[in-house]
Design a protein around this ligand. Structure first.
Ligand code: FUC
Length: 352
């Protein structure tokens, strides 16, 4: 196991470092102290060829100028909060309306744009980075000083384990996730439309025109949202289902897991033979097929285009504070927010 560090750039005078964690079988994960951003995940395909399977930039300037949250941690609250406001114990809080009139992914300067304190973690069969950040009372409009502690740990079984912990001194909202865009073809050779997604979920949240849940819970059976038996992402990208069309032809939806506790999501790409198995304790995953990725920038030499990556954002339900029927994302001072998501990569060697 190995951990190397290099300077990646400067952000308002502060050095931005990139840490590369490498395990004994050669898999590596690179990440920054800026936004806990995962810049690269390098894993073998069915022939043992090591390639990058996430979208990322080569320079900090590109992250600052163009990044649609590539690989970063999202907080305090992932997703959108309608009208950038909420009420807690009779007090109205106004948040940054960075997707006017709504709040998106923690605000103008969310956790993805903060410099985190880091500490190397070296264990017998794992290597990692511990991130800490103190989000002050009033930051982006949220109440309470929030202390966040995140651990990225890479094991010898090709598993990246992300553990989140947060404590507050006043009642506040917390819903954290990682916003990596996966592309298992390796080095962006193909897009995500031929990736197959499997998870046990029978329901998803209906979205309004502003991409915020309406509150209505939809049944997935016999629709492009049924992933129980595995489904090609392109079936939803090409679907005429009004919910697929609404989000720009694809998915940008919270899929609700069928059971409580731990759930598993499997993403695979046939040609490379690579698969990613995600295990989470969160109640939903927001599936986003990068329907709005096209733009005037390149991603490691590949011009940005829609469907180049797929985000699987394990988290609590978006805009939960406005829906009493959604599980609460309120954190009380006497409690600790805790959540874990594990990402295990493997390659299918059948057919070699
Ligand atoms: C995802 C989506 C959004 C947005 C953003 C970049 O989480 O839910 O619609 O486009 O990321």
């Amino acid at each position: 196991m190995k951990l190397v560090e290099r300077e990646f750039g400067h952000y308002y005078g502060e050095p931005v470092m990139e840490y590369t964690l490498t395990n004994d079988s050669g898999m590596s994960v690179s990440c920054l102290n800026y936004g806990c951003t995962i810049t690269k995940i390098i894993v073998p395909d069915r022939h043992g060829k090591f390639e990058n399977v996430v979208l990322g930039f080569d320079t900090l300037e590109e992250y600052v100028d163009f990044s649609p949250y590539f690989g970063s941690v999202i907080g305090r609250v992932a997703g959108r909060i309608k009208y950038a406001a909420f009420e807690l114990d009779g007090v109205e809080y106004k948040l940054a309306a960075n997707e006017f009139p709504n709040h998106l992914h923690g605000g103008r300067k969310g956790f993805d744009k903060r410099i985190w304190k880091t500490e190397p973690v070296e264990q017998e069969d794992a290597v990692g980075i511990r991130y800490t950040y103190l989000s002050l009372d009033g930051e982006e409009g949220y109440p309470g000083n929030l202390e966040i502690n995140i651990l990225y740990l890479l094991s010898n079984t090709n598993e990246l384990n992300i553990t989140y912990e947060a404590k507050t001194d006043r009642k506040t909202l917390v819903n954290l996730t990682n916003h990596s865009y996966f592309n298992l073809s390796g080095n962006l050779k193909r897009d995500c439309t031929d990736h197959i997604l499997q998870l046990n979920s029978d329901r998803f949240l209906e979205l309004g025109y502003d991409l915020i849940p309406t509150g209505k819970i939809m049944e997935s059976k016999n629709t492009s949202f049924d992933f129980n038996q595995g489904r090609l992402l392109k079936s939803g990208i090409k679907s005429t289902h009004s919910q697929n069309v609404l989000v720009g032809n694809g998915y940008d939806h919270p899929l609700l897991f069928a059971k409580k506790g731990e759930n598993t999501i499997t993403l695979s790409e046939k040609e490379s033979g690579r698969s990613l198995m995600i295990t989470t304790d969160q109640p939903c995953v927001v599936l986003y097929t990068s329907n709005q990725l096209s733009g005037s920038f390149s991603i490691s030499g590949v011009p940005a285009r829609n469907y180049l990556g797929v985000c699987l954002e394990t988290q609590g339900l978006p805009d939960a504070i406005h829906h009493p029927n959604f599980p609460s994302i309120i954190l009380n001072p006497e409690d600790v927010y805790q959540s874990t998501t594990r990402y295990r990569f493997f390659a299918n060697t059948i057919g070699v």
